[in-house]
Design a protein around this ligand. Structure first.
Ligand SMILES: Cc1cc2nc3c(=O)[nH]c(=O)nc-3n(C[C@H](O)[C@H](O)[C@H](O)COP(=O)(O)OP(=O)(O)OC[C@H]3O[C@@H](n4cnc5c(N)ncnc54)[C@H](O)[C@@H]3O)c2cc1C
Ligand SMILES: NC(=O)c1ccc[n+]([C@@H]2O[C@H](COP(=O)([O-])OP(=O)(O)OC[C@H]3O[C@@H](n4cnc5c(N)ncnc54)[C@H](O)[C@@H]3O)[C@@H](O)[C@H]2O)c1
Length: 446
């Protein structure tokens, strides 16, 4: 049977674009449907605008630090509308680049849904395809608090008409922690409500504690559920938004960011028309990203495996190399590095100490840890201490996890991730000459 396309991709974000481009490169006839701007979450309302805001938020610290090195004080004000429009301009430039990069792919600028295992409705057209890739990403979920409609999700953070004077971030994951730091360093008075006593559940406890303490020392107010109970009501009042908790005094802010997690974008996708099954609200896939319908695959956040851009991209490429490139491989979700772009930055690869002890036994694990202030802070009015940690399996001497809080942690851990992926031993770290003076040299001198 002949189809309109060899491959039809639903969703033009990180995973969908990577797969579509590579498949077209192998000579496949590819169509792609995207209902919004090309690039998906990462480019339009995630990694990229977020990182640009992180950069913007660092300048006040640099101005302050410079005085310790003898520079006269800088008196500079943030032009918020300028920042927002400069970011938007850059995102539009990236959108245009994707159009060029997808020159060999038929782009359908429309919502799309499955009609049967080989047919997709793309706007007012019906198209058929031999294989279909679902890469529809995810969207924010909101906690059930009375008045939660007054809160915004991270999607709105890049187009706020003005900088809030006071913000409450509800959540303790990547998004709440990153925006708490961004807004704080841009001059907003920030409170973060956390369900757990330590932010960033799932990361190494020393990383979590060091980062949370550091954020607290800088002036971010952390309200824990164990202290105040759940937030129960949000109400608009003349002077802002009033938030009441189960216990204690209400607080008043100008903006509430709700960041308590995301869920796959599966509504009205017609999964039932093609017998594509879900598991815990995400598309169920095997290690090859194949769904319960053999010619339909799914990658990225809609499968809720590891919800990061480079993971979605690699899942997409593994599928395409295997199916169209005669180079089969499987995307491994082990030892995926990630960073939290807070101030200070935090990054990690491999197992945290508690996870390692659970997997290998309490006695089987050694840890090495350093906490210190980098030389940069010797002359600055601002003090910031770094934390570096190795988790090692004693018998094999293998480094199971590397964790860091401190400047450039993401850049440093990216290199460490290669070592961990290659199965480096603590002895290999010891045999490596440090770069002096640097922070990362601690990893080879512990
Ligand atoms: C605030 C924020 C910051 C982040 N920061 C980072 C970071 O620093 N590093 C990192 O690695 N990850 C980060 N992420 C996560 C990262 O953005 C996602 O993991 C990644 O974008 C997932 O890619 P995807 O292809 O699965 O989905 P997406 O990029 O979400 O793309 C899905 C696309 O499908 C489209 N779509 C959905 N349904 C349909 C349909 N039926 N028809 C047509 N089109 C449809 C959507 O419009 C969207 O464009 C961040 C996420 C957020 C929200
Ligand atoms: N730097 C990065 O790589 C980066 C940045 C942002 C987002 N992301 C990706 O996007 C995903 C979504 O981010 P996220 O921060 O929304 O989700 P998350 O899953 O990382 O964190 C959500 C947090 O909110 C807490 N929570 C749940 N219900 C709550 C409630 N009612 N009140 C208060 N807290 C509650 C959860 O316990 C959890 O700690 C991440 O898991 C990550 O994969 C990555």
């Amino acid at each position: 049977m002949s189809y309109d396309y060899d491959l039809f991709v639903i969703g033009g974000g990180s995973g969908g674009i990577a797969a579509a481009r590579r498949a077209a490169g192998y000579g496949a006839k590819v169509g792609l449907a995207e209902v919004d701007r090309l690039g998906g979450t990462c480019v339009n309302r995630g990694c990229i605008p977020k990182k640009l805001m992180v950069y913007a938020s660092h300048f006040p610290d640099f101005y302050e630090d410079a005085t310790g090195y003898g520079w006269s004080p800088v008196n500079s004000q943030l032009d918020w509308p300028h920042l927002v429009s400069a970011i938007d301009k850059e995102l539009r430039r990236l959108n245009d680049i994707y159009v060029t990069k997808l020159a060999e792919v038929d782009i359908h600028r429309t919502y799309s849904r499955l009609l049967d295992p080989h047919t997709v409705e793309a706007g007012d057209r019906k198209v058929t395809a031999d294989k279909i890739l679902i890469a529809v990403g995810g969207k924010p979920v909101h906690p059930s608090i009375q008045g939660i409609e007054h809160a915004v999700s991270s999607d709105a953070m890049f187009s706020l008409p003005e900088q809030p004077k006071r913000m409450l971030a509800i959540g303790s994951g990547y998004i709440a922690s990153e925006f708490a730091c961004i807004l704080h360093h841009l001059g907003t008075e920030v409170t973060q409500f956390t369900k757990h006593d330590l932010i960033l559940k799932g990361f190494d406890d020393d990383l979590r504690e060091h980062l949370q303490n550091s954020m607290g020392e800088q002036g971010i107010r952390i309200l824990q559920k164990s202290q105040v109970g759940w937030p129960v009501q949000i109400e608009r009042v003349d002077s802002g938004l009033k938030v009441c908790f189960e216990q204690g005094d209400p607080i008043e802010v100008d903006l509430i960011l709700s960041a308590v997690g995301r869920r796959p974008n599966l509504e009205k996708l017609g999964l039932e028309n093609a017998d594509v099954e879900t598991s815990s609200g995400a598309i169920a896939v095997d290690e090859h990203s194949r769904t319960t319908q053999p010619n339909i695959y799914a990658v990225g956040d809609c499968t809720n495996r590891v919800n990061l851009t480079p993971v979605a991209i690699r899942e997409g490429r593994a599928f395409v190399d295997t199916e169209y490139g005669k180079q089969p491989w499987v995307m491994s979700h082990e030892n995926v590095p990630s960073a939290i772009f807070t101030t200070p930055e935090a990054a990690s690869v491999g197992l945290g100490e508690a996870q390692a002890r659970e997997r290998y036994g309490n006695e089987a694990i050694d840890t090495y840890r350093a906490r210190f202030a980098a030389t940069y802070y010797a002359l600055t009015p601002r003090r910031q201490r770094s934390m570096l940690k190795l988790v090692v399996e004693r018998d094999s001497d293998r480094v199971l996890g590397v964790h860091m809080v401190g400047d450039h942690a993401a850049e440093i851990i990216q290199g460490m991730a290669i070592a961990v992926k290659m199965g480096a031993k603590k002895a290999d770290f010891n045999a490596t000459v440090g770069i002096h003076p640097s922070v990362a040299e601690e990893f080879v001198t512990m």
